[in-house]
Design a protein around this ligand. Structure first.
Ligand code: FAD
Length: 484
């Protein structure tokens, strides 16, 4: 079925901060590295680089600074031991043979490696409400993607809603780009926030960044509403406003607290969930990350997974942010390199100490911004919760009433998670719904089973006939790249 695979010492999936740091460290140690990313440019989410046809555009100062820092980091990829294959999706993995199945501009390819590092990043979490599928409702990261890669504004007047520090950071970027931020809605109440804030004591850089963003938003007079969420996106064809509501400590909307805000765009971010599909296809054991309320991939202190020769680093190992991603990338690259007999030019034990400290700091941040399943009470029965298969909240609730308690039972019953996104968007939502309706803890609800191909690819690349006349490479990989 497959061509004879290309060979490399270390294959790395994901050219975000974690993957790039791993590639550079392993290459400097002497290993031959193949770095793969489905995006056309390296950098991942944090160091996202402008599209090639937008590189001369003017970017807002904070975005421009990230682009500059990213360019510096990415210049290290010029090492002769690194083969960077951009626009290349890894859609399957054969763990025993350590073979990756790829699909990119050259079509289908296979790559065999002695060590494999998965640094596939994360997805944003959202919650549904009436009107959330209208044009004009997007994720915060989606709006950032337009700005960072093309210099484009997602809208004129924005509402940002969700929980966590990305809301403030993105609001500053949007404001700098000339968009009006009508308000920021933070799910946590002011009291919850202040009670947990001491956990950040000692983590001065995180506190400093947060306070600097807060100050800029205050100076610009942008309302920051604690204990609020979006209840409805109004408008016929497109968003023309939002109904917002107060929520109680469990996230349950407080009736009678409705207010309306005029906006043309609603940007959502309720934190992140690690991209674990490929590692799961490989058979890596998962672990529930109690700090960020999501499943991640379990490792030992060397970032080795339960599957021989497979490592994970960065967000795939658990939400951690850019500093953790860089440190874990270096560590995974160094350990993988030394296992193959190369000599990394970093001190592994120092690196491990720094990585563990950085993980501790972000754990404190994670516990401050939990997602609350009470938000599901907002979702009326007619609201679609699986967009690809158009399954409504009512259909899901009926299945739960009939005894469904797990996502994998819900799937054959209702078709949720069987569409093009393969559960990446609806998985987190359904998880919350199951927890809310059954009272079972989120940690007890297993994610959908991951299967190859983990993202859409043409039939010809999985050995199923020739459809090359109908689809282009962009129809498949381009779709994934635009979404992530
Ligand atoms: C949408 C979004 C926006 C974010 N914005 C910010 C921000 O503004 N500030 C901030 O501090 N943090 C932000 N984050 C958090 C961010 O993920 C981390 O700070 C940091 O980028 C993590 O680095 P990483 O290398 O682990 O993952 P990423 O940077 O996400 O890199 C993962 C890479 O893997 C590639 N990939 C994934 N699966 C495959 C596959 N199967 N085949 C080929 N390639 C694959 C992706 O294309 C991506 O380039 C954002 C996260 C997301 C999801």
């Amino acid at each position: 079925m497959f061509e004879k695979p290309e060979q490399t010492d270390i294959a790395i999936i994901g050219a975000g901060p974690a993957g790039v740091a791993a590639a550079v460290t392993a290459a400097h140690a002497g290993a031959q590295v193949t770095l793969l990313d489905e995006s056309p440019r390296a950098g991942g989410q944090y160091y996202k680089q402008p599209a090639l046809d937008a590189k001369d555009k003017q970017f807002p100062p904070t975005v421009a600074e990230n682009i500059r820092k990213g360019r510096e980091l990415l210049s290290d990829l010029q090492h002769s031991n690194i083969n960077f294959q951009h626009s290349t999706l890894v859609w399957n993995v054969l763990p025993e043979e350590r073979i990756l199945n790829l699909y990119g501009p050259q079509g289908a390819q296979n790559l065999q490696a002695k060590r494999i590092i998965i640094a596939a990043g994360a997805y944003e979490r959202v919650t549904p409400f009436t009107g959330w599928t209208k044009p004009g409702v997007t994720t915060v990261g989606g709006a950032q993607l337009l700005l960072k890669s093309q210099g484009l504004k997602i809208g004129q007047r924005l509402l940002l809603a969700g929980t966590g520090p990305l809301l403030q950071l993105a609001a500053v970027q949007f404001m700098e780009a000339g968009m009006e931020v009508a308000a920021i809605l933070e799910l946590q109440s002011r009291k919850e926030f202040l009670l947990k804030a001491p956990k950040l004591w000692g983590h001065w850089d995180k506190l400093g960044q947060g306070m600097a963003n807060q100050k800029r938003l205050l100076e610009a007079g942008i309302p920051f509403k604690f204990g609020y969420t979006v209840a409805e996106a109004t408008g016929d064809e497109e968003v023309n406003g939002a109904v917002i509501m107060k929520v109680n400590g469990k996230g349950i909307p407080v009736l009678g607290s409705e207010e309306t805000i005029e906006v043309d765009t609603i940007c959502l971010n309720y934190g992140f969930a690690p991209a674990v599909e490929l590692a799961r296809v490989a058979g890596c054991t998962m672990v529930f990350d109690k700090y960020f309320g999501s499943f991640a991939i379990e490792t030992n202190e060397n970032l080795e997974t339960s599957v021989n020769a497979f490592f994970v680093a960065g967000e795939t190992r658990g939400i951690g942010g850019v500093e953790v991603a860089l440190l874990e990338g270096k560590l995974a690259g160094a350990i993988a390199g030394s296992q193959l007999g190369f000599t990394p030019k970093v001190d592994e034990s120092n690196l491990r100490k720094e990585q563990q400290q950085a993980r501790k700091a972000v754990a404190a941040l994670g516990t401050m911004f939990p997602l609350k399943s009470g938000l599901c009470k907002l979702v009326k029965d007619e609201v679609p919760v699986c967009r690809c298969e158009e399954v409504t909240a009512g259909e899901v609730r009926r299945a739960i009433e009939m005894g469904v308690t797990q996502l994998n039972q819900l799937k054959p019953w209702t078709r949720v998670g069987m569409g093009r996104c393969q559960g990446r968007i609806c998985g987190g939502i359904l998880n919350q719904m199951l927890a809310d309706e059954t009272g079972v803890s989120i940690s007890e609800i297993q994610p959908f089973t991951s299967r190859a191909p983990i993202k859409p690819v043409p039939m010809e690349s999985v050995g199923g006939g020739d459809d090359s006349g109908e689809f282009t490479w962009e129809d498949h990989v381009g779709y994934g790249a635009a979404r992530t």
